[in-house]
Ligand binder design. Sequence first.
Ligand SMILES: Cc1cc2nc3c(=O)[nH]c(=O)nc-3n(C[C@H](O)[C@H](O)[C@H](O)COP(=O)(O)OP(=O)(O)OC[C@H]3O[C@@H](n4cnc5c(N)ncnc54)[C@H](O)[C@@H]3O)c2cc1C
Length: 437
Amino acid sequence: MVDEQVEQEWDVIVLGGGPAGYFAAIRCAESAIDNGSPLRVLVVERARRSLGKVIISGGERCNVTHACFDPARLVTYYPRGSAALRGAFSRFQPRDTVNWFEKRGVILKTEEDGRMFPVTDSSKTIVDCLEDAARRAGVTVWNQASLLNIDRISALPEQAARFRITLRRDTLDSEQVLSAHSVLFATGSESFCHNILARLGHTIEPPVPSLFTFKITDVRIAELAGLSVPVAGLRFVGDPDSEKVPFPPQQGALLITHWGLSGPAILRLSAWGARWLYERNYQAGLLVNWLHPLSVELVYEHLSKHRNLPENNRKKPGAHSVFPQIPVRLWKRLTEAAGISETQNWADVSRLCMRRLAEELTMGRYDVEGKGIFKDEFVTCGGVNLDEVDFKTMQSRLVAGLYFAGEILDIDGLTGGFNFQNAWTTGWLAGGAMAKL
Ligand SMILES: Cc1cc2nc3c(=O)[nH]c(=O)nc-3n(C[C@H](O)[C@H](O)[C@H](O)COP(=O)(O)OP(=O)(O)OC[C@H]3O[C@@H](n4cnc5c(N)ncnc54)[C@H](O)[C@@H]3O)c2cc1C
């Protein structure tokens, strides 16, 4: 049933009550008050509860942002969107995020790896802060309200264009029609909204997952779940080997799991390779350097010296790891893979086996068979094509009055607070621009 009687006029409608939508709505309402001309700002959220992902984020601690305050360096953490975000971060960056929350009573702390969390270690602190700020700024929030359709009402020359929006309101068990001058899409990676935007003329880069672990079944790492090395180097090999892999190798901690491999280095590689891996149905050859940054030659040299020391002649190669960063159980598997038997002494190890061991240690090939999940964070790569958006205002270059913020854009970052920072920055810019009606 469409309730035609209750068509309501709003100044600004924000579609999606996630972090990007809330940040934009708050900035818009606050700026309009500061400008002396308050606006009617409505947030429309499909779920019963807004800010659902903030609640579950960062293991319910909410990794709000990252302590990287140089925009030029910050953009290097975004496999997609770095060029577009460069200017945006010069206007609103992690330092501004820290100040924004601090001004509203939320203090953030920095962990050793640069991730920033509320000092309470609770995502509820962030949710409460955003909801409180929205209430204070006079933002109206409708939950259980879903966008069904949007049309641009053609404007007469003397009138500003408006949008007509049809919603499904579960609480009223009806549809409702609204209108507004400005509409912000902050609906995340929703394909339904992608389709609506495609109808309005926008190009949508196909959505595919980012930030995942790798499924690998390999005797060298079987039943070693929990073992890790502090810094491994990872890169994919093309198929055929001459194919150029279109993203850089990654380094970082590497963790063996029941499924295969995980840890920061894998997550980074999954983000950079999100589309490449998707196109290969998540099957690719991965080269692992367990001793990054050592080269195969250096490792071979080191192994030769170790073997030639008289005190090592009669020791068993598999019993003790020559490199302290490699756990002994993993070391034993790698020596076996190199063809060195349990009964051999170092003195019996051939040059060929030593060469093989050096290769196992620095360029062992593991076949990725599929994609796992990463429980702490998950994002989608793909979304609204960035060339069609003006990053000073986040307004569509194709449809005046239409704005975008957050994950609906073809932007995604590595783990560490970068995805929320995208939501804060683009939401803040869009909110400011919409306030200048
Ligand atoms: C488990 C998990 C943990 C994470 N942890 C972190 C972290 O610690 N740090 C970090 O930086 N990033 C983290 N992320 C990523 C981060 O949550 C997202 O990048 C961020 O939430 C994107 O914000 P957004 O507002 O653009 O979209 P969303 O948060 O997805 O919000 C979009 C909103 O729009 C609503 N919506 C969709 N369609 C409609 C419709 N038709 N009508 C009305 N409403 C609609 C949705 O219900 C949703 O509430 C995590 C993600 C996950 C899944």
